[in-house]
Design a protein around this ligand. Structure first.
Ligand SMILES: Cc1cc2nc3c(=O)[nH]c(=O)nc-3n(C[C@H](O)[C@H](O)[C@H](O)COP(=O)(O)OP(=O)(O)OC[C@H]3O[C@@H](n4cnc5c(N)ncnc54)[C@H](O)[C@@H]3O)c2cc1C
Length: 417
């Protein structure tokens, strides 16, 4: 009898798991269950939709017939509420039950609701799902001013989208710099200045304590007592692994679902991949969750292959992000904030808007990097990323410097057909 594969989620991890399964099993029945409606879309591209640079159609990364051509069926608008691990069934909100031989949990992240007084009484927007983006875009069409609560990655993507719509922004961030998870202090200070130079009001070391309706506007109160009013509020105070469907203890959960090097949970037929999975870290003995698209793809592919009988080892998560925000290209890799015993190679200190830092461990092995500058320099981060994954030594680079790529040199290398 063909194996029954059930995948919860219809995004990076689950889509790649289909590929992974099909590499090893052409016959098995694959069922993709998603609480959202429609074929898969790019979460990464949502800010471009809000900014009016992409249409809803542009966001789609699959069409409905694509599932059938891979021998998969897509169940839409069905929320998995619980998993019966012993009985090997998933329970749906509609009351149906779906049996599985192998299960992948690819439920991603969910947004964290901050403890702000009055939050539930005022209209506010998150930026995580397609529905969120549609709601944010509608509100932005009528707004002239906005507050973005949280200056992390998603907050800054939302801020960038609203800025492109010429909305006057105030960003409130509790850390002393913007993007505190992505940048070290040096790059963080430069980025903060770049955002302020664009006319954005940024309140760092600040907390929003209350929101209240004032006619059509929203009054924002900060912890220090400052108040101001805006037309719309965006909440971007972080995300956490979406583990609701296993809250009955179906599998072991720490921060995320704990998986081994094959992406299997403590139940041998239940796997997890992507933002919801807590894996071994590539650089340390710790466990980690890197909520980024490439990680979800890599894990999904390996999990799918292993569900279909392969023995593909996942080498561990490695942080990586490259993004252009407020006319600055930013990139971060691995352990970019040096730890005890690490050595820092400062290649550029920030003069002329260029900041390049490489971190090596006590053995001289590359472990991290930060880049802030123009788009030309970001390509070298790809080289450093591969070098970290190959555990290369810093001395291995010619003259102890990473190769510098420019847009022109990269284009020159691309084979033309
Ligand atoms: C605005 C934005 C911009 C981003 N930009 C970048 C970027 O530039 N670079 C980058 O690397 N990463 C970026 N990310 C992060 C990236 O999108 C995620 O890391 C990635 O989508 C994780 O993929 P996933 O498959 O693990 O989970 P998700 O993409 O979160 O998908 C989870 C899926 O599970 C479904 N689901 C959840 N619970 C249930 C349930 N109980 N029953 C049924 N279905 C369920 C959801 O509907 C969804 O289909 C961005 C994220 C956002 C929101």
């Amino acid at each position: 009898m063909p194996t029954r594969y059930v995948l919860i989620g219809n995004s990076a991890a689950a889509l790649e798991a289909i590929r992974g399964i099909r590499k090893h099993d052409r016959e098995g029945a694959i069922t993709v269950i998603n609480r959202e409606e429609g074929p898969a879309y790019s979460r990464v591209a949502l800010p471009y939709y809000v900014a009016g640079e992409m249409t809803l159609n542009d966001l789609l990364i699959r069409q409905r017939p694509d599932y059938g051509s891979l021998g998969a069926s897509l169940v839409e608008k069905e929320n998995v509420t619980a998993i019966d691990a012993a009985g090997k069934k998933v329970m749906l909100a509609s009351g149906k039950k779906v049996e599985f031989d192998k299960l992948l949990i690819g439920t991603g992240s969910e947004t964290i609701k901050p403890p702000i007084q009055g939050l539930d009484q005022v209209p506010h927007h998150y930026l995580w799902t397609l529905d969120d983006a549609i709601g944010m875009k509608k509100a932005a069409e009528k707004a002239q001013t906005a507050v973005v609560i949280g200056g992390g990655f998603i907050g800054m993507l939302a801020a960038e989208a609203l800025r492109k719509l010429k909305i006057k922004l105030t960003i409130v961030e509790m850390a002393p710099i913007l993007l505190p998870q992505l940048l070290d202090e040096g790059a963080g200070k430069l980025f903060l200045q770049a955002v302020r130079d664009e006319g954005v009001t940024v309140r760092t070391d600040a907390l929003v304590s209350a929101l209240a309706k004032k006619g059509d506007a929203i009054e924002v109160t900060l912890k220090d007592g400052t108040t101001f009013t805006v037309d719309m509020a965006v909440v971007a105070t972080g995300v956490k692994p979406h583990v609701q469907c296993v809250s009955n203890g179906a599998v072991t959960v720490n921060k995320g679902i704990v998986v081994n090097e094959y992406l299997a949970s403590n139940h041998p037929d239940i796997y997890a991949a992507g933002d919801v999975a807590e894996t071994k870290d590539f650089l340390s003995a710790d466990r980690s969750i890197y909520a980024i698209w490439p990680t979800a793809v890599e894990q999904g592919r390996a999990a799918g292959a292993n569900m279909a009988g392969a023995k593909q080892v996942y080498p561990g998560g490695l942080g990586m992000n490259v993004v252009e925000l407020f006319n600055v290209t930013l990139a971060q890799l691995g352990r970019f904030r040096e730890g005890a015993g690490d050595d820092v190679k400062m290649l550029n200190q920030g003069g002329d808007g260029l900041y390049r830092k490489v971190v090596v461990d006590k053995n001289g092995t590359l472990v991290g990097a930060v880049y802030l500058g123009n788009e030309n320099g970001a390509a070298e981060m790809g080289v450093i990323h591969s070098a970290i994954k190959r555990r290369e030594k810093w001395q291995g680079f010619q003259d102890g410097r990473p190769p510098v790529f420019t847009y022109a040199s990269v284009m020159h290398r691309v084979p033309r057909y």
